[in-house]
Ligand binder design. Structure first.
Ligand code: 13P
Ligand code: SF4
Length: 309
């Protein structure tokens, strides 16, 4: 567990009081940032929390789309991003032309499903949003037969496998960091640690997921690690999740990650940037244009209605 000095802890507590603020962090951010957060979670947990918290100011220790989602769900609150330049590249990997072509081809029997890792514009073109922890459930519940899944082709393909009754159209986007993980590297870890179960995020490629014992969102992988009797685990996602697994298991599990498994965008968020944004009120997420905001918020609201608040 990362420790912070008492002066920083006191400054944070005072700034949070003054701004009536709460800090929400994603499992991928640095351990010292997770340690000072009021809540740490996966994308779905953070979205659900955002609509239930009483504080006036939400500080989102995560990437741009996370802050934008919080603002869409809480238009009256102040949402601060400690590093507004920290941006998930996959969030931009879908075009309006792709969406319009699918709508023209399938009409009312098509639902456009967008992963929460997407810009406000991408959400505004879509019918419903999903996260990696509820994508299968939400897609299965949709009345339409044809699904355009944007932007992530890997999560889309995984959902298509789980919901074979749907015809899923894939889009050519991906997380460059999950997609870069080679099955060969995972197989090497398995050879070195044959007893260790393999936990993988569905943003990984199909050949990697074929080696996995558990496929799930960051929260689901962490829960699996906590409940598993294994004392060694191969974790195929970004290594930020190690902090929470260590916290829950008292550091008792040995975790193995492939090389280079951290998200450089999440890594931009530092303890100093959290303190600075609370002190100076910087990194405020602007209110999007009303018509775009209304449509994008509706896709998030439909997800919460379907997957549970
Ligand atoms: P989770 O929804 O599993 O937290 O993942 C978000 C993400 O960005 C994965 O790369
Ligand atoms: Fe985006 Fe990949 Fe980072 Fe997740 S790990 S925030 S998908 S770049």
């Amino acid at each position: 567990m990362s420790k912070i000095d008492s002066a920083t802890a006191e400054e944070l507590a005072r700034l949070k009081r003054e701004r009536d603020a709460v800090v929400l962090a994603h499992y991928y951010v640095a351990p010292e940032v997770q340690a000072i957060a009021d809540y740490v979670g996966d994308s779905f947990a953070l979205a659900k929390l955002a609509v239930s918290l009483p504080q006036r100011t939400l500080v989102i220790a995560g990437v741009q789309f996370m802050g934008e989602s919080m603002k869409l769900l809480n238009p009256k609150k102040t949402v601060l991003l400690p590093e507004p330049g920290a941006d998930c590249p996959m969030a931009h990997m879908a075009t309006r032309d792709t969406v319009e072509a699918a709508r023209a081809a399938y009409g009312d029997d098509l639902a456009v499903v967008c992963y929460v890792n997407s810009t406000i514009e991408v959400k505004s073109w879509s019918d419903v949003c999903v996260t990696s922890s509820n994508a299968v459930k939400v897609v299965r519940a949709l009345p339409q037969t044809h699904i355009l899944f944007i932007p992530d082709r890997n999560l889309g393909r995984y959902v298509a496998e789980q919901v074979p009754e749907k015809h899923v159209l894939l889009n050519d986007g991906c997380c460059p960091f999950h997609a870069a993980i080679a099955a060969r590297e995972v197989a090497e870890l398995k050879r070195a640690h044959p007893q260790a179960p393999v936990l993988a995020h569905p943003e990984c490629t199909q050949d990697v997921l074929e080696l996995a014992d558990c496929i799930g969102s960051t929260a689901e992988l962490i829960a699996y690690a906590q409940e598993s009797s294994a004392d060694e685990l191969i974790v195929v996602t970004m290594d930020g999740v190690a902090a929470e697994i260590d916290r829950r298991c008292g550091g008792a599990k040995r975790l193995f990650f492939v090389d280079e498994s951290s998200c450089p965008e999440m890594d931009k968020i530092t303890l100093a940037s959290v303190v600075a944004c609370l002190r100076d009120g910087t990194g405020e997420v602007a209110s999007p244009a009303p018509e775009v905001a209304e449509r994008a918020a509706a896709t998030l609201e439909r997800m919460l209605a379907c997957a549970g608040r």
